[in-house]
Design a protein around this ligand. Structure first.
Ligand SMILES: Nc1nc2c(ncn2[C@@H]2O[C@H](COP(=O)(O)OP(=O)(O)OP(=O)(O)O)[C@@H](O)[C@H]2O)c(=O)[nH]1
Ligand SMILES: [Mg+2]
Ligand SMILES: [Zn+2]
Length: 320
């Protein structure tokens, strides 16, 4: 939240309004960071208000134009076209509607834990597909490396490196790998996401001391952790760029992922695509002379990743 005196202090700068980035949203209020670094609280105007009810007219990360009013309030008047966005199914909409988590994203940093909570690789695969389908580059950060022997951890994530993803192992507790994660974030807008309790907020606090994001204890009873971060929020980094600290995503859906293109969202399948007997319409599940199935059998494509592909193709819920 912006402190009231902070708003007044910047009132002169923002007297007529200007361009900025939505860095936070809640209860109808948009926190907009203007180009000069000042922050104002803004509401939506007319047409945008209507659009917001139908879809996601304004989301965190959107570049907006705001106007100052005589009563000291601000309204968002216009939104620039999005270059990219990270979306998920709207909870309760039966998958019909997308909810934009963050707009104008340069990269998605998917954080998982080596343990506590156990990495849920089906969910990771689902999320990677979501990134590929949205043309977002993804990086995998494995935190809590202190909890698992290094060799075992390397082996577990080797299929992701083989698929071409960058995997960074780190431990906020021991401080290892944290600098590497920091370097990854500087100068870009990154979505930091992953299940609850993996240490996303702890990582950010470590990278930029002074942030003091709330962190929660993992509930040992269920080993799942509670959602301590409420909504996506863009955090300006001292080294440049923004990081979105998002709530743990329980409902990452395959929003608008065309299933007939699913095989193109597994980068390690790429060398084999077009080499099946049924070149055009092989689903790589039961067909004879399938280059993908053969590669799996030969151990050239990871069997678990392939299994994730099959489950996603069937529309199976990979979250549980
Ligand atoms: N062993 C170990 N524990 C860690 C490490 N990093 C964070 N934790 C602990 O993990 C718990 C959860 O950390 P958070 O930073 O709150 O996790 P989060 O991903 O932000 O969780 P949500 O906000 O709920 O999505 C806290 O108790 C941290 O102290 C680590 O490197 N090693
Ligand atoms: Mg958090
Ligand atoms: Zn095939």
């Amino acid at each position: 939240m912006v402190e009231p005196d902070e708003v007044t202090e910047f009132a002169a700068v923002a007297a007529v309004g200007g361009r900025g980035v939505v860095r936070k949203y809640g209860g109808g209020i948009y926190e907009v960071r203007l180009e000069d670094g000042s922050v104002v609280e803004s509401r939506l105007r007319g047409r945008l208000k209507l659009e917001q009810r139908i879809g996601d007219a304004v989301a965190v990360g959107d570049r907006v134009e705001i106007r100052a009013h005589a009563d000291g309030g601000y309204t968002i008047e216009a939104v620039a076209a999005r270059e990219s966005q990270l979306a998920r199914r709207s909870p309760g909409s039966g998958g019909r509607r997308a909810k934009v988590i963050v707009a104008n994203v340069d990269q998605v940093v998917i954080v998982v834990a080596a343990a506590r909570p156990e990495p849920h690789l089906r969910m990771l695969d689902r999320f990677l597909v979501l990134c590929e389908a949205n043309f977002l580059s993804a990086v995998i950060v494995v935190n809590k490396a202190d909890l698992v022997p290094e060799d075992a951890l390397r082996a577990r994530f080797a299929p992701y490196e083989a698929a071409g993803y960058r995997v960074v192992r780190c431990s906020v507790l021991e401080g290892s790998g944290v600098e590497e994660v920091g370097a990854l974030l500087c100068g870009r807008t990154s979505v930091l996401t992953g299940p609850s309790g993996v240490g996303k907020s702890s990582l950010l606090n470590r990278i930029q001391p002074g942030l003091q994001l709330r962190t929660g204890e993992v509930s040992e009873a269920v080993g799942k952790g509670q959602h301590t971060t409420v909504s996506a929020e863009l955090i300006p980094l001292e080294c440049g760029g923004y990081v979105a600290d998002t709530p743990g995503l329980r409902e990452v859906g395959l929003w608008e992922v065309p299933l007939q293109e699913l095989d193109t969202f597994f980068p390690e399948f790429e060398p084999y695509l077009g080499q099946c007997r049924f070149t055009r319409n092989c689903t790589h599940t039961h067909e004879p002379d399938c280059a993908i199935s053969d590669a799996v059998a030969a151990g050239d494509i990871d069997a678990e990743r392939y299994q994730s592909y099959r489950l996603l193709l069937q529309g199976d819920d990979t979250r549980s």
